[in-house]
Design a binder for this molecule. Structure first.
Ligand SMILES: CC(C)(COP(=O)(O)OP(=O)(O)OC[C@H]1O[C@@H](n2cnc3c(N)ncnc32)[C@H](O)[C@@H]1OP(=O)(O)O)[C@@H](O)C(=O)NCCC(=O)NCCS
Length: 196
């Protein structure tokens, strides 16, 4: 009889898994990332090159990454692609419009809150509890670092994810209408918070 592979959740992303982590992250947010970071291959390479692995918890199955949850901490986040990177990769005009859209999509944490920077699970294993375990890990991390709350944002085209966050104890604080974001695949963003 085959045994079920064990999923390990740990902080950081092993060196051998950076590319796979970028692929999983890209797959989850591809509509937005393909506009901002070029075609799929360019986008995945850019994410991989600008990952801060210590700003994530990851789920590993037999050493292979199957999910990750990124967060902001000490002025860094999981994927750090600022205007400088965009100008360097896409030239002045290509960098300029990307940087402007990027600034509208990016968020900064307020004092005492842990802001999440994307959660993504390999489509082959979604619904198997890995997302929940990643959240369990980040809640412990946030407590250990004396944060008051954990904040995330969820778009209106992702009601399943919002349902999961509610089940995990997050409450919706406000919903902002952003019709100009339609090209990125959503028209409203809900801020949700977990109080520690
Ligand atoms: C959201 C996500 C991280 C959850 O991870 P997971 O390992 O599938 O989650 P769990 O197994 O712990 O919990 C299952 C719940 O997650 C949600 N979920 C499951 N599949 C999902 C999917 N494809 N997209 C969004 N949410 C999903 C549902 O609420 C589900 O509960 P249900 O089966 O009762 O409907 C994962 O599904 C995913 O990567 N989705 C695509 C990317 C994404 O939406 N990221 C969040 C952006 S805010």
């Amino acid at each position: 009889m085959e045994s079920t592979p064990i999923i390990m959740v740990e902080r950081g992303i092993p060196d051998s898994q950076h590319r796979a982590a970028a692929e999983i992250y890209h797959q989850a947010f591809s509509q937005k990332l393909n506009i901002l970071l070029g075609n799929q291959e360019q986008a995945i390479a850019c994410i991989r090159d600008h990952l801060s692995p210590s700003h994530a918890f990851c789920g590993l199955r037999e050493g292979q990454i199957v999910g990750l949850l990124g967060f902001h901490h000490n002025h860094q986040q999981l994927v750090n692609i600022g205007a400088g990177v965009l100008f360097k990769r896409f030239g002045f005009w290509g960098g300029l419009w990307r940087a402007l859209w990027g600034s509208m999509l990016s968020r900064q944490p307020a004092k005492d809150e842990l802001l999440l920077d994307g959660v993504a699970v390999d489509p082959k294993v979604r619904g198997g509890g890995i997302g929940t375990r990643l959240f369990d890990a980040v809640k412990i991390f946030a407590k250990q670092h004396a944060y008051d709350s954990i904040r995330l944002e969820v778009v209106n085209t992702n009601p399943r994810a919002q349902k999961l966050y509610e089940r995990l104890g997050f409450t919706a604080e406000k919903t902002q209408s952003v019709p100009f974001m339609r090209r990125f695949g959503f028209t409203a963003v809900t801020t949700m918070r977990f109080r520690l």
